[in-house]
Each structure stands twice: as C-alpha cells, then as structure tokens.
Write a protein that binds this ligand. Structure first.
Ligand code: NAD
Length: 252
C-alpha cells in the first residue's frame, strides 16, 4: 500500500535550507522519503547542514536574489538530478526599523529576497513541471501577512505579497497538475525570531500573550505541514495559506 503522506522518490528544493525553518523543513521532507536539494548563499553552512541531514541532502549554492541565474540553476539541477517535484520557497531576510527610517535599500532587499527571488525560481522550475503535469510549490508567508505589526514594513509587504502570488499561481497551474500553497508560520524558534525579539521585551511579551498553545513553535512544526501539503494526501489542496502558529492569528 502506498502511504498518502509518503514523499518517496520525490525530489525537492528548499531555499535557505541550511538553517532555521529551512533546515527543519528539509529534515521532515527527508524523513518522509524525499531527496532534498538545500540551497543558500554560504557553502560552509550548507555543507554542515547536509552532514547533519545525511545522504538524502544535496547542498547547492544559489542566491535567490540573483534572479537572472534562476534558469541556469534549474538547468543544472535537472541535468544532475532530474525535474524537481517539490519547491519550498523559504529563504528570507528581516529588516526591523521604524518605517520612516527604512531606506529604499532596506525595503527593496526584503522584497527582492522574499518575492522577486521566489518568483524567479518558481518561474524557472514551473515550466518543466507544467510540461510533465505534476509538482507542488510551498511558499513561506507569515503572520505579518495577516496582522499589523510595527517596524517591519518591507517584511509585511513581502509576506502579504506572497499570499497574492500563491493565489494567482495556484489558479494558473492547477489545470496542469501543479499545486501551489503557502504556510504562514507564527513564531518559530529560529535565528531570525531571536534577532527580531532580542532587546525588545515588549514585543516578546505581546507575541507570547497571543499564542494559544504555549511557547514558540519548532521548525519541524512547519516541516510536517510542508510534508502534508506536498504529499498525495493533499492532492485536492491548492491556493491554501495554512497558518502554523499555535493559534496566534485566531487569538483575542
Ligand atoms: P533564518 O534566518 O534561520 O533562515 C533564513 C534562511 O534564508 C537562511 O539560511 C539564510 O541564509 C537564507 N537566505 C537569506 N537570503 C538568501 C538569499 N538571498 N539566497 C538564499 N538564501 C538566503 O530564519 P527562519 O526563521 O528560518 O526563516 C525562514 C523563513 O521563514 C523566512 O522566509 C521567514 O520570513 C519565514 N518565517 C519565519 C518565522 C519565524 O518565527 N522564525 C515566522 C514566519 C515566517
């Protein structure tokens, strides 16, 4: 019997797969049976993560902001490993500043990483997936796509943009067998979260106050949601933004 949550024989790409959520997502995809190409900018971080993840992890350096390089990168992936079945657009950066102090460079860098970068990679890999007639994309949005949080104007714009992109792509790709979904993580214990709340006790108190299931999430909480969204068990799901947030966005 084939298990509905199994990813056996699936090839995945996880951007920003060397740390935090990307590493947790990669771990879970591998445990579900997939082979995972972990990408990022720093070779040593990727090699260390691959050593931790084992033989099913393949480190490949790729900077998502280098949008012109996306077709070449995907051609290399296809030549070496075949057409991917799964892409998790996870790579991200965070700039926390009052809006009136946020420079054009700050704002653009965040949009370029989360939106333009994810779009360019998706466009490059979608073509062969659509020709084949199968595939699954997962984008990582955020609670900031839903709620007003101060000091993250670029980040919240990008994460809300991800939701619009996912809905449009799901409508375009569904007739050709490719599904597009997103996860909106709440507050997950990663280096990015620690940076965002360090020296900001008031923000941490506010965050902790709205989570229904006590404490921050673990990267694997998002990883298992990604496994589900990419698996045959979710074959009738597309255009979904799935919160994994301990109930945070549903709180009073
Ligand atoms: P993180 O800083 O540990 O991971 C981000 C990863 O993206 C790093 O490995 C980094 O090297 C990589 N990256 C950044 N710019 C890149 C680029 N140009 N090309 C390739 N890789 C690049 O932080 P994280 O918390 O694991 O964040 C992962 C994703 O989850 C991000 O999209 C973030 O916005 C999102 N997110 C995180 C939380 C949370 O609470 N941690 C909540 C909601 C959403």
């Amino acid at each position: 019997m084939s298990l509905p949550f199994s990813l056996t024989n699936q090839l995945a790409i996880v951007t920003g797969g060397g740390t935090g959520l990307g590493l947790g997502i990669s771990k879970c995809l591998i445990e579900a049976g997939a082979k995972v190409i972990i990408t990022g900018r720093r070779e040593e971080v990727l090699n260390q993560a691959a050593a931790e993840l084992g033989a099913s992890a393949i480190p490949m350096v790729y900077d998502v902001t280098d949008t012109k390089a996306a077709p070449e990168f995907i051609a290399k992936v296809i030549a070496e490993h075949g057409v991917p079945d799964i892409v998790v657009n996870n790579a991200g950066i965070h700039v926390k500043k009052p809006a009136i102090e946020m420079t054009d460079e700050d704002f653009d860098s965040v949009l370029r990483t989360h939106l333009s970068g994810a779009f360019a990679l998706t466009r490059a890999v979608a073509k062969p997936m659509l020709e084949r007639g199968s595939g699954s994309f997962v984008f990582i949005s955020s609670m900031t796509g839903y709620m007003g949080m101060p000091l993250v104007a670029g980040y919240s714009t990008a994460k809300t943009g991800v939701i619009g992109l996912v809905r449009t792509l799901s409508a375009e790709f569904a007739p050709k067998g490719v599904r597009v979904n997103a996860i909106a993580p709440g507050w997950i214990d990663t280096p990015m979260l620690r940076k965002a709340i360090s020296a900001d006790a008031e923000r941490e108190r506010k965050i902790r106050g709205r989570i229904q299931i006590e404490g921050f999430g673990a990267p694997e909480d998002v990883g298992w949601a990604a496994v589900y969204l990419c698996s045959p068990a979710a074959k009738y799901l597309t255009g979904v933004i799935l919160p994994v947030d301990g109930g945070g966005h549903a709180s009073f």
